[in-house]
Design a protein around this ligand. Structure first.
Ligand code: ZN
Length: 519
């Protein structure tokens, strides 16, 4: 009885506050995809209650997955107006391309603006299409929350409610849990701007393909301007590939859902780009295929080649990350930058190559070609800055070193893998470490940046901690020859390649087998 009463009074209080507008501590966004205004998307926002005189309303300059701060979301916004609860406009001035200063903000109740179609301006304004917004009215909408929805500075950690009315006959795909492929109206919410920004949505004429891989529902959404590509064509390539990956990872994956969102355009081949999110990835690819230009015989080979790296991010950073990762600042991303980007990118990339040799999808010889490619790629980058420093400073002075996180990060991960095998008599591995870290942390539990090496040392061996301190945190050259020797191989510093040793010992050969084909 008591409990019922308390609940009732809580409901009454909530009602009172919401009617008086006092308790409004969230953002509510509304879109109607049927009602473009001259090709512009109308965005309606009911703002959270504001206690300051003056606030800044922002669109991001950067988003996770894009290591620069030059996104042109602001200039794509037109006719922004702020209103109070009587529907009277409040002073709102654009003080930077992506920033509006709103005065008398205590009275603020709504903001309305329009977003231009980046597809129309792609040649002039696009910075990175997979994170931008484009509309092919009636046929397709690639919606990226970062370029569509804004936030009040300092109030990013409030819930965001999103309501979208969709055109008849369009299907939706996204990593959003519970979002149905069919429907007329979508409603979902996220606890913060950062979470919202991680979920692009593709609305398209084609029904998405959906299938299970281990415990994960995989969705493939496709828009193809001339209907050259359908989701089944991509499913044919990815379903067997993902099944092998799931086997490699022990038959269970740390994601309920994963979505591949593909936008295939007609005409001249100008872009082939993609971006990775926590449990989805967005791709802008040409319909026409030019084997020379796109470095693959056909779409199928192209899909296979561009790898499952993006998918494997369901481990790191999605389920393995430091506190900085949960603090992304969309205006000044350099503020919180984890020093373990090398791990999020390098270990992910390495696992994909290792999975393929491990599951006998590629022969050993091909695997070592890849290794040598990575060794060659690393050479083009500075060796006097550590991977830790590059990780932390990719938005500032070491932006040009960003790609090395993947190249050197992959080689560092590979050497770690051999070391783990060597120290454990073949039983430990990088894959086990990654799985162990994902189980120990997960989506919302983060470690402190400075703790990771210690945690890994504790979960493995003190020598592994020292390796990380010296060669990842420090600038000591990676002990490539020394470690490859343990698996019967040697590194020729002259031509910067690894080769099988002429006289490898039985132990070395056994360790190589464990390393490449072990559990
Ligand atoms: Zn990546």
């Amino acid at each position: 009885m008591k409990r019922t009463l308390r609940n009732l009074s809580a409901v009454a209080a909530a009602l009172f506050f919401s009617l008086s507008g006092l308790s409004q501590a969230n953002y509510t966004y509304q879109l109607d995809l049927n009602k473009l205004d001259n090709g512009l998307m109308e965005v309606k926002l009911t703002t959270p209650a504001i206690s300051e005189e003056e606030i800044d309303f922002l669109l991001p300059l950067a988003v996770p997955g894009y290591p620069k701060t030059n996104l042109a979301f602001g200039p794509m916004v037109a006719e922004l107006t702020a209103y109070d609860k009587w529907g009277m406009p409040l002073p709102a001035e654009r003080i930077k391309p992506n920033r509006w200063r709103i005065r008398d903000a205590q009275g603020l109740q709504r903001i309305e603006y329009k977003v231009r179609n980046m597809w129309k301006y792609r040649q002039q304004n696009s910075v990175f299409l997979p994170v931008e917004n484009f509309f092919i009215p009636g046929r397709a909408f690639m919606l990226n929350p970062g370029g569509l929805f804004g936030y009040v500075e300092g109030m990013e950690k409030l819930p965001f409610y999103i309501y979208i009315v969709r055109p008849k006959g369009l299907f939706a795909s996204s990593g959003i849990k519970g979002m149905a492929a069919e429907g007329y109206r979508d409603a979902f919410s996220f606890p913060s701007y950062q979470e919202l920004a991680d979920y692009p949505i593709l609305y398209t004429e084609q029904r998405p393909a959906s299938f299970e891989v281990a415990n994960t529902t995989v969705e493939i959404g496709v828009f193809s301007e001339n209907d050259k590509v359908n989701p089944q064509r991509i499913q044919k390539v990815y379903q067997p590939l993902l099944a092998k990956l799931a086997d490699y990872l022990g038959g269970s994956l740390p994601a309920d859902k994963y979505a591949f969102l593909f936008f295939f355009y007609d005409g001249e081949i100008l872009f082939q780009e993609s971006v990775e999110h926590g449990n989805s990835s967005a791709w802008v690819w040409p319909e026409k295929w030019d084997p020379k230009l796109l470095k693959a015989a056909n779409l199928e080979e192209g899909l296979e080649k561009v790898d499952m790296h993006k998918f494997l991010h369901i481990y790191a950073p999605w389920n393995i990350h430091s506190e900085e990762f949960l603090q992304f600042d969309f205006d000044e991303p350099q503020k919180y930058r984890s020093c373990h980007q090398w791990f999020y990118q390098g270990a992910t990339e390495y696992l994909f190559y290792h999975a393929r040799v491990n599951q006998e999808m590629i022969p050993e010889k091909t695997f070592f070609w890849f290794v040598n490619d990575f060794l060659a790629a690393m050479k083009d980058f500075r060796s006097d800055v550590s991977l830790t420093d590059v990780s932390r400073r990719t938005y500032t002075d070491l932006a040009d070193q960003h790609m090395n996180l993947e190249f050197k990060g992959t080689i560092a991960s590979l050497l770690l893998d051999i070391e783990l095998r060597a120290r454990s008599g073949g039983t430990h591995s990088l894959k086990k470490l990654v799985k162990g870290l994902a189980a120990r942390y997960g989506r919302y539990k983060a470690f402190k940046d400075e703790e990771l090496f210690g945690i890994i040392a504790e979960m493995t061996y003190p020598e592994i901690g020292q390796f990380l301190k010296d060669h990842v945190g420090g600038t000591k050259p990676l002990p490539i020859n020394e470690i490859f020797n343990k698996v019967g191989m040697e590194y020729d510093a002259g031509d910067n390649k690894v080769y099988p040793k002429e006289e490898a010992t039985k132990e070395e050969m056994e360790l190589r087998k464990e390393w490449l084909y072990g559990e």
